[in-house]
Design a protein around this ligand. Sequence first.
Ligand code: CIR
Length: 254
Amino acid sequence: MRFLRAIVREPGPSLVHGITSANLGVPDYDLALRQHRAYVEALTGCGVRVTAMPADNEHPDATFVEDTALLTPRGAIIMRPGAPTRRGETAEVEKVVREHFTAVERVEAPGTADAGDIMMVGDHYYIGLSGRTNLSGADQIISILESHGLSGSTVPLDHMLHLKSGVSYLENHTMAVAGEFRRRREFSSFQLIPVDDDEMYAANSLWINGRVLVAAGFPKTEKAISNAGYDVVALDVSEFRKLDGGLSCLSLRF
Ligand code: CIR
């Protein structure tokens, strides 16, 4: 598998009003901008051509563009975000997605889904049932995937915001897993890289074309992923962490 492109959305000054449960303080907007630029450079360094959407200042969480769409090799699905304040983010994203995809479908009410809850493993998509993604949303996504010859299954979440807050697929039949996902039956047949509780945030790592982007400041996880044979790139995303956002949330890859 190889990613050719990515879509990102620059953070706007309203970022400081984003949804959060992190208790890490208010993001520094200028620092967030610098971290976002470094993130885009890292994507480019992985051989990905990046489309940067302008900031959407009406939606403080819009920079977490991953949540708004699922892009598969057979078509795109526009999400219906679980947080009402995020629903308006999808309109502009859909326009950009339509420049690249002919098959574009949508999750409809009463379904809700954030694509941070969807993890691609080859042709199969694991969908977390969370505070943001409900069964109707997941069922709609699974039907659309099946209509394209792909498959999906649900994974109920106990505590995490999103599925990918606690598990990342690093290709090669390997996953980095934290917290409630370390012992889940659904993932027991994979080679698991356990992430310690004190480094839980680093479980949201991002495989791109052979490299793995890991949040800076989590040395045990960085070492474990590196020891598993990956070329690791550490990136500081402290300002996005303050809003519960991680590395994967900041882009749509396809
Ligand atoms: C939110 O609560 O929706 C944002 N503050 C963070 C979204 C993070 N996205 C992700 O994990 N995929």
